[in-house]
Design a protein around this ligand. Structure first.
Ligand SMILES: *Cc1c(COP(=O)(O)O)cnc(C)c1O
Length: 355
């Protein structure tokens, strides 16, 4: 979380704008919270240049919830294609199997999820109800640098993207997207809020068994207030959107500024890893994630000492996901360049004293 956002939320916690209530105490149907939610949606639309024919939905259930909610809404119980690029897309396919037939259109499992299959090689089903892609694989550290253009590949199915772990870190070409979803907790705000961006024409296809509160059309028709939305999460994410809109980097503003900063942060860390014989990252440079950077100490016997020293230096949460091992640095939007500079200074010093 950006520190400025946390401070603002703290200042307003007991009394929002002189209303005599904190946001957590408001009715979600009152005019105060109505204004907060409308502003948050408008700012998110501006920030990511989301065209008018897409709805922005504030939901609950997280990324894993959407793994079921998407097929409940889009599959019509028929079939869907999945591009398997790491742990998250694999999970999405597994969950969707409960609601429709699934096919693997491409997979990088044979490469241990370290490179992305070229879209030209994907075996897409023309009749698929949708094609699912995880655009940033948080655990494996691979990221699509451009969205696939399904139409150019001869497939008219809508592209569904899971952008949970890199939403708002870069711009999005909405011409290529049918639906995007993500949990807010990595780059936008507190856990509990899920954001869905869905194209108009994809509403109204839900299966009969789809819970009403998870039916995109019902949620859209009720401006995300069919049931009580995660009000605190929407409010804090809204503060983050305003913070993002204010960012400047040279002549760039908003997302473009964020993207520049994220490129610089990631380059700093990858350069240190690549120029060292002590550290190692196995992901194809063409698809390395800017947000989640897994790396290994070539001598894993130093892992515990590395993590303990990092903790003492104030560098936290560097242990890699258990399925991959090693280390992982997550350089989300709110991580300043100074944080990455501190990390690489520590890494160089640790290498000097342990190589
Ligand atoms: C973190 C993450 C999720 C998380 O799902 P939750 O249900 O919100 O825990 C889903 N997809 C990706 C790519 C993630 O990084």
């Amino acid at each position: 979380m950006p520190e400025a956002v946390l401070r603002r939320a703290a200042e307003e916690m007991l009394d929002w704008h002189g209303s005599g209530m904190g946001v957590m105490e408001m009715s979600h149907r009152g005019k105060e919270f109505g204004a907060i939610a409308m502003q948050a949606a408008a700012d998110f639309r501006t920030l990511l240049a989301i065209p008018a024919h897409f709805h922005i939905l504030f939901m609950q259930g997280g990324g894993l919830g959407e793994n079921a909610i998407v097929p409940l809404n889009l599959s019509r119980g028929t079939k869907a294609d999945f591009v398997i690029t790491g742990s998250w897309s694999a999970k999405s396919q597994k969950e969707a199997q409960r609601y429709c037939a699934t096919r693997v259109a491409a997979s990088n499992a044979a490469d241990q999820h370290t490179r992305l299959p070229d879209p030209a090689s994907w075996q897409l089903d023309r009749d698929a109800s949708y094609v699912h892609v995880c655009t940033n694989e948080t655990i494996n550290g691979v990221e699509f640098q451009a969205l696939p253009d399904l139409r150019a590949l001869g497939c008219d199915a809508p592209l569904v993207i899971d952008f949970s772990s890199h939403v708002a870190s870069r711009s999005i070409d909405w011409r290529r997207v049918g639906l995007a979803f993500g949990g807010a907790q990595k780059n936008l705000g507190p856990a509990g809020l899920t954001i869905v961006v869905v194209r108009d024409d994809l509403l109204g296809r839900a299966l009969e068994i789809c819970p009403s509160a998870f039916n995109y059309k019902t949620v859209a028709d009720n401006q995300s207030m069919y049931n009580t939305p995660p009000t605190w999460g929407i409010y804090v994410a809204g503060l983050t959107f305003q913070w993002l809109l204010q960012q400047r980097e040279g002549d760039a503003t908003g997302i473009a500024a964020m993207e520049r900063r994220n490129i610089a942060k990631a380059k700093l860390l990858y350069d240190v890893i690549d120029s060292s014989a002590f550290y190692n990252n196995t992901v194809d440079p063409a698809c390395r994630s800017r947000m989640n950077i897994p790396f290994f100490l070539r001598d894993e016997a130093h892992n515990d000492a590395f993590l303990a020293g990092a903790r003492e230096t104030g560098l936290l949460q560097l242990k890699g996901h258990k399925s991959v091992g090693g280390m992982r640095a997550s350089l989300y939007n709110a991580m300043p360049l100074a944080g990455v500079q501190a990390l690489v200074a520590y890494m160089r010093e640790f290498e000097r004293s342990h190589a």
